[in-house]
Ligand binder design. Sequence first.
Ligand SMILES: Nc1nc2c(ncn2[C@@H]2O[C@H](COP(=O)(O)OP(=O)(O)O[C@H]3O[C@H](CO)[C@@H](O)[C@H](O)[C@@H]3O)[C@@H](O)[C@H]2O)c(=O)[nH]1
Ligand SMILES: [Mg+2]
Length: 193
Amino acid sequence: MGLTDRVRVKNVRVLSDRHYRLEEVEFDYRRGNGEWQTMKREVFDLGHAAALLAYNVASRTVVLTRQFRLPPYRAGHDDLMIEAAAGMLDDETPENRIRAEAEEEIGYRLHDVRKVFEAFMSPGSVTEKLHFFVAEYEAAMRVGDGGGLADEGEDIEVLELPIDHALAMISDGRIVDAKTIMLLQYAALNIFK
Ligand SMILES: Nc1nc2c(ncn2[C@@H]2O[C@H](COP(=O)(O)OP(=O)(O)O[C@H]3O[C@H](CO)[C@@H](O)[C@H](O)[C@@H]3O)[C@@H](O)[C@H]2O)c(=O)[nH]1
Ligand SMILES: [Mg+2]
């Protein structure tokens, strides 16, 4: 399968190129009925990212983070965000990046880290693909307090909580981050049976 005979990019205009990159792309697209249509779409290029759920089967617990996120706040979410550990790849491999993020954000040096799936998080406008991982944690793997990198503005609380409590927080709206909901539901289906 390929789309080279259905999509012809005609022009790319960079609207913003600071921390992230916003492009306006003009292209021809061959519709289902065979007719060509010219369109313009804005594409927000964030790079790619990785996320991880740390879990412990015996204690039926998971480790999450809580931090301020400006975009949800601007959209009316008047609370900190509860999220799985995650970070942008920044030219690292997904596995190396997520191991480093787990140490920086939640303070665990994990052993076996398992990739479970990949997903585009907002395919209508954002290029970002997220690589999802899970890993078992134990007290002996704790190497620090986590919290993120203060000089990059990160101020992250570490939350260790029962999986059942985390799942209830999806139902009552306290957890509203997509990657975190996906990982908790993966864990409910495949890890905490
Ligand atoms: N200077 C500057 N820094 C920024 C800007 N936007 C983000 N940053 C900084 O860039 C760093 C990104 O931290 P990471 O841990 O690498 O990424 P993340 O923001 O946690 O990304 C994860 O969560 C996002 C929100 O759910 C996801 O979008 C993303 O896919 C990933 O999972 C943080 O220090 C953040 O403050 C900006 O516009 N300017
Ligand atoms: Mg992060």
